[in-house]
Every structure is written in structure tokens, then in C-alpha cells.
Ligand binder design. Sequence first.
Ligand SMILES: C[S@@+](CC[C@H](N)C(=O)[O-])C[C@H]1O[C@@H](n2cnc3c(N)ncnc32)[C@H](O)[C@@H]1O
Length: 337
Amino acid sequence: MLARKLNLLNRGFRIQRLGDHLYIPLSRKPLRADLKEFKSNLLEYEFTTHRFSERAKPTLKQVDMLEDKLPPHLLASLPHAVDFVGDIAIVEIPPELGNYKRIIGEAMLSIHKRVSTVLAKSSAVGGVYRVRKFEVIAGADKTKTVHKEHGCVFHVNLAKAYFSPRLSYEHSRIAAQAKQGETVIDMFAGVGPFSILIAKKCVNVKIYAIDVNPDAVHYLKRNIRANNVEAKVTSILGDVRQVIKGKLKGVANRVIMNLPEKAIEYVDLACEALQKEGGIIHYYEFTSVPNPLEAAKNRFNEAMKQTSRSLEKILLARIVRATAPYTWQVVVDAEIR
Ligand SMILES: C[S@@+](CC[C@H](N)C(=O)[O-])C[C@H]1O[C@@H](n2cnc3c(N)ncnc32)[C@H](O)[C@@H]1O
């Protein structure tokens, strides 16, 4: 590949295919000589800014430690991505390494000194509460921890309520848009990462954080207290449809819809929650079609046509993260009138 040949490829990030485009992370600004090569070798190319996901790889340390404990042909299957939530490390152990999971967990404990538990994912995220099952493969037998994100503290129980450190940028991106004096409805609040960060950053905001999972709301309440935002965030346990229809119609300037598998079914409700002058909706979905951004915008647009509001403007559509090969979580920020 040309970028590799010119020593331009940034190997720390993943190459990404989106529809007909291939996004290649570069390590530096191309020089004039590089541009000449591009021109003579490529039919079409463009330089743009793009948020790439990091290329996770088993660290050399991990391979070193396990070299004489694993059959050599399995070393390449070592878990690539590790999520850290507080003092818990979460990995996905491929089936061929099933017999070695405890050895791998122990190796991770000794590499990452601040980790006290290693969890292996043992199911996909599922159900109404969007939780998954875990198996403790090393360290303390627990799924509870305290995680810090953007200066906020979150008590979490990974087996009982949804939390993902992979949404960290998204939490801060939305919080950066919220303005003083706003009323925000966080329709699918989980343990509160959007709501609490907005409350921390903005003066004079009112946030309604709703979730149907009693465990999520238990931790949400705890996190509201831990971050001293009791005056700004109200937690509500219940189905968002009943909650909004019951007491939150026409109150919001901003609605966050972070339930990617089902948010489309709630676009009408988000519109009802907005003040009559309108406001902003942050709509999330999963998609695995070739043009994920266009597809998400179109789907949102179609859903809006079924409501009594109008879509003034799509402010932004971006890929939040890849969730599986050729499946992405996408966000659409939209101004509604
Ligand atoms: C993907 S999680 C998002 C959590 C949080 N926004 C975050 O960034 O961590 C979706 C949440 O929606 C909640 N949920 C699902 N259906 C719901 C409904 N009908 N009403 C209220 N909450 C719901 C689930 O319990 C889950 O905590």
C-alpha cells in the first residue's frame, strides 16, 4: 500500500472502510514528494480529518509473559482490546484460548498494577437493560468498581447496569454542547454519564435522567450524590414513554437518545418532550449498511416525518465506534422546530 511505502501510515490506528471510502490514518502531513506519488498512483484521494479507532494489540509484555505458557500458534489470538473500568479490566477471550483464560487473566493482573479484577465477556450485551454477563478470570471476585471520567466519579456494577468507557468521548462531546439554563432529558440514562457531566459543566441546568433498570437508577442516584449535582439532576425510574407522557411533555431544550438498538421507536416521544419552540435531539443507532452516516440520517429523517415537528437541520452525523466488523454506532445531532 502506498501510505506504507511512503512511511506515512500511522500504525497506531485502524484503517476504516465506510461505504465506498477507505480512511487511512497518516502519521504526518504528506510532503510535496508524497503528493506527487499520490497523484501518479491513485485515481481518487482526499485529505480530511477523521476520528480513527486505536489499533489495540497484545502488548509485547503480554506476549513475553505468556510465550512459554501458551502453544505458540495461539499467541496471535491473545485478546487485542482491553477495556478498563475503574480497577477492572475487561477482555474478550476467543474460544481457542478458553483453556488458558486464567493464565491470561493472571498475566494481565501482573502487567496492569492498578487492576484488581479481570473479567471475560461471556455474553453479548442484551435485554431491555442492555447488560452482559461476565466471568471473573483473575483477581477479586467482583463486578462493582468506581470509574473516573472527565473529572466525574461513577459507581458502577458492570453485571447489573450498562456502562462503557468506549463512550467517553461521546459523553464529553454532548456535554460540551449543553448550555446554561437548558432543560435536558436523558431518555436512557444508565448510571448517568451524560447527565452528570452536563450538570458538572453547566450552571443553572435542569436534567431529567430516566432509566427503566432499577439497578441503573440505584447507581445513578449514588453518582448524583457522589458528584454533588443533586440540585441539577433528577433521576426517574420507569419506562421513558410513561414518564414523558406523564410529566415531561414540552419541557426540554435537548433530548439524548442513547439506546442505539431502539431509539428510532422513540423519536416521536423525543419530539413531544421538546419545548414548543423546538430544540436539539441527539439520536443514536447501530447500522451495518455501506453508508452508515447517510443511512442514519435518512432513518432519522423518515421517523421525523411521522411526528408533528419538523427537522430544521442535521447539525452533525458521526461514527461513534465500530461495534463489530461492519457494524457501527452512529450519532445524529438534529435541530428540531
Ligand atoms: C445503552 S444504555 C445507555 C446508558 C447511558 N446513556 C450511557 O451512556 O452509559 C441504554 C439504557 O437504556 C435503558 N432503557 C432501555 N429501555 C428503556 C425504556 N423503555 N425506558 C427507559 N430506559 C430504558 C437501559 O436500562 C439502559 O440502561
